[in-house]
Design a protein around this ligand. Structure first.
Ligand code: GDP
Length: 207
């Protein structure tokens, strides 16, 4: 999806409320620029992950959800881990420090009406992301795909060429980013919290 495609189609039904709030923010910046000449710019990030994420068992995004589930399976000696959906949807992920880097980059190199997409430009299937997580955690069990859970949209890829043409590139590969994220997970969640599940959401909620 390129910057020009914003508001050219239907909003994704499960994200509609969040999408409206986010688009309102972009439009507010644009309006300030037009009405008052304020040099406000906005960025539209792709799916983010990294240190400080939310590991709640029911309300987390896919990468932290799988990090937690695979980690718990490893420590409980469970032979399988369930991954939601078929594993075939493709997603683009960006390490959170790369987003911070992109924000500084655009502050220094860009001014203009349009928001800028910030993505890694690389897609992986959910199955491949899950395998990478198992590799990082050194989990030897099997991944089971539960097709009764929703897959969501088949692809979510931002067109980030405007930013890339200005010379910005993400620095962190998905493998490297997952290793950094898992180290952070290990420091944040001591062993005593490992086997707790939905009964102790506050232990896992993001601050
Ligand atoms: P989310 O914000 O990370 O939930 O993003 P999406 O809903 O766009 O995509 C998540 C994709 O990962 C979907 O295809 C899900 O079926 C799949 N998935 C696999 N396991 C999990 C999980 O434990 N939690 C979440 N949130 N998604 C999962």
């Amino acid at each position: 999806m390129s910057e020009d495609q914003l508001l050219t189609g239907e909003l994704e039904p499960t994200n509609e409320w969040y999408a409206v709030a986010k688009i309102a923010g972009l439009k507010l910046c644009e309006a300030y620029r037009r009405q008052y000449g304020s040099d406000f710019i906005s960025v539209m990030p792709t799916n983010l992950y990294g240190p400080g994420d939310n590991y709640h068992p029911d309300h987390s995004h896919v990468l932290p959800a799988l990090i937690r589930r695979v980690h718990e399976a490893k420590h409980q000696g469970a032979p399988t881990v369930t991954v939601w959906g078929t594993g075939t949807p493709r997603r683009e992920f960006l390490f959170v420090d790369d987003l911070a880097d992109a924000c500084v980059f655009v502050l220094e190199h860009y001014t203009g009406d349009s928001h800028l997409n910030v993505g890694s430009g690389e897609e992986v299937t959910i199955a491949d992301a899950a395998k990478l997580i198992a590799e990082v955690i050194d989990y030897k069990g099997k991944l089971i795909f539960d097709a009764s859970r929703p897959d969501g949209t088949p692809r979510k890829l931002l067109e980030s060429s405007r930013l890339m043409e200005m010379g910005w590139r993400p620095r962190t590969s998905l493998l490297e980013g997952l290793k950094l994220t898992y180290s952070d997970f290990m420091t944040r969640f001591p062993k005593r919290a490992l086997s707790r599940t939905a009964q102790t959401p506050s232990l896992y909620a993001s601050k």
